[in-house]
Design a binder for this molecule. Structure first.
Ligand SMILES: Cc1cc2nc3c(=O)[nH]c(=O)nc-3n(C[C@H](O)[C@H](O)[C@H](O)COP(=O)(O)OP(=O)(O)OC[C@H]3O[C@@H](n4cnc5c(N)ncnc54)[C@H](O)[C@@H]3O)c2cc1C
Length: 461
């Protein structure tokens, strides 16, 4: 008989895990508080587009969806860094054309995943918002347009996002430990319309780059969309001299953008209207322990480990959860040890990407524009070329491999120390390469073979 599971939340992780498990013969009920995204326009919300990288692609591959997603994704080969004086610096993400990340449209990806879940036989219940759980009698209490509904469950997986009501119900009943660290910065989304004509729309900036206007304490970024527009995000302190708090009039907004982002202003035609219409979003890291209770309930994705968006890894990490969980849930296995094993495998890695995401904010908003950072990056690329068996940039480990996040962070810290030791030299010719070889041999284990291949100039695959 088919094993049964209820899943709450048909967002990115919920729809994908539902498909993966249904493909493996599980009988899945998927409850989502919103209306069916396949009918009607996309519901507005946070992050219109997302950066997709190898961990996410791997899970999509497992679900047989790689080609469909690739058809709507735009490759971004590196960062286009816009200085205050209008200078543009292209900083590639990797050593070759294979090392790219992709911009995907959140709402379209969600639609595709929901359709794919339906195709695999998942029973979808839209307009069903989880309110609470009766653990004793194994019932989910849901709000629907027709009134309250009670649904029995055998086991429940919460993929209901950062504000997870399932997490709240688990904390209330089982005392999980939750820690939320709020950033003193928030974000607001803006846009750059396509250029050209409506028959022949054109990108107004290079579409194959993630654009950054780094300004030390804050930054503006832009990612391309398939319709030739860009989604632009302003990350800024909530309070203080230069902050959202101070941008309360048209004049203040105009003045701030003109003095901080003059090269972006000509493209931001809807700035004033969008500034009023779009809310400031909060940024936080969630640390929870554990993520499961016996074999009854498990949390995945943002519901278990929401991170700040600066490494572009929240969805990728959530998709990696899906791949790992689908591998662990076999037909005969007991759910309690499977959930416990999932938590054991994922927790340290989720903590590591949470920390790296915060660190990456400093890198994006400040370091990328600094000469010492650019010098360190030159050394990093040279080391990766000379010692491809052992040295790979931390960014590449996170974005282009599936090395566990915790290992990428550990190797990254060692690599950083080695780079600092070598950075006393003033040019690549002056670097003591013998010392570099010694340090790398002593301190870094060989990389797995797929990661070594990434360092080859010509790329692969
Ligand atoms: C500004 C910003 C930029 C980002 N950029 C990137 C990026 O470039 N790359 C990347 O990998 N990640 C990025 N992320 C992170 C990414 O958005 C999340 O990690 C990802 O959406 C997590 O997926 P999820 O399925 O766990 O949660 P969600 O996508 O939030 O899905 C949760 C689902 O649960 C539903 N739900 C909520 N409450 C209930 C309820 N009571 N009952 C039933 N259903 C419910 C919601 O409606 C939703 O459909 C970004 C995030 C932000 C805020």
């Amino acid at each position: 008989m088919a094993r049964e599971l209820s899943i709450v939340g048909a967002g990115l992780a919920g729809a994908l895990i539902a498909r993966l498990l249904a493909q493996r013969g599980w009988k899945i009920d998927l409850y989502e508080r919103r209306a069916d995204p396949r009918s009607g326009p996309a519901i507005g919300g946070r992050s219109i587009n997302l950066a997709l990288s190898e961990r996410g692609w791997n899970a999509l591959r497992m679900a047989g969806l790689e080609q469909q997603v690739a058809a709507q994704a735009i490759a971004m080969r590196g960062r286009a860094v816009h200085s205050l004086d209008g200078h543009l610096d292209l900083q590639p993400y990797g050593l070759n054309d294979q090392q790219v990340i992709h911009s995907v449209h959140r709402a379209n990806l969600n639609r595709l995943l929901v359709s794919a879940a339906a195709d695999a036989g998942v029973r979808l219940h839209f307009d069903h918002a989880l309110r609470t759980v009766d653990w004793e009698n194994s019932h989910l209490y849901l709000d629907t347009p027709q009134g309250p509904s009670q649904q029995p469950f055998a086991a429940v997986v919460g993929a209901d996002g950062a504000g997870s009501p399932l997490r709240a119900a688990m904390i209330a009943a089982f005392g999980l430990e939750e820690e939320i660290s709020w950033e003193e910065h928030g974000y607001k989304e803006l846009s750059i319309r396509p250029g050209g004509t409506s028959q022949d729309p054109q990108f107004r900036l290079d579409p194959h780059a993630l654009h950054i206007w780094p300004r030390g304490q804050f930054m503006l970024i832009a990612l391309p969309n398939a319709d030739r527009s860009f989604t632009v995000t302003l990350f800024l302190p909530l309070k203080g001299e230069k902050s959202f708090d101070k941008l309360t009039t048209e004049e203040a907004v105009a003045q701030f953008f003109q003095s901080e982002f003059p090269s972006a202003v000509p493209y931001l035609e809807d700035l004033q209207q969008e500034f009023v219409d779009n809310q400031v979003g909060p940024l936080a890291t969630l640390r929870l322990s554990p993520w499961h209770h016996q074999g009854r309930a498990l949390l995945i994705g943002d519901a278990a480990h929401a991170v700040v968006p600066f490494h572009g890894q929240g969805m990728n990490c959530a998709f990696e959860d899906c791949a790992e969980l689908a591998d662990l849930l076999c037909d005969e296995c007991d759910l309690a040890p499977a959930f416990a094993e999932f938590y054991r495998r994922r927790k340290d890695n989720a903590d590591a990407i949470a920390a790296m995401a915060v660190e990456n904010y400093y890198e994006m908003r400040d370091h990328v524009a600094r000469a010492d950072y650019q010098w360190a990056k030159q050394i990093e690329s040279a080391l990766a070329r000379r010692f491809p068996q052992r040295f790979l940039s931390r960014y590449a480990q996170v974005s282009f491999t599936r090395l566990p996040y915790a290992e990428a962070r550990h190797r990254g810290a060692i690599q950083s120390e080695i780079i600092q030791q070598l950075a006393q030299a003033s040019s690549l010719e002056e670097i003591d390469w013998q010392l570099a070889e010694q340090l790398i041999a002593q301190r870094l284990q060989p990389l797995p073979s797929h990661a070594q291949l990434l360092n080859q100039e010509s790329g692969h695959g």
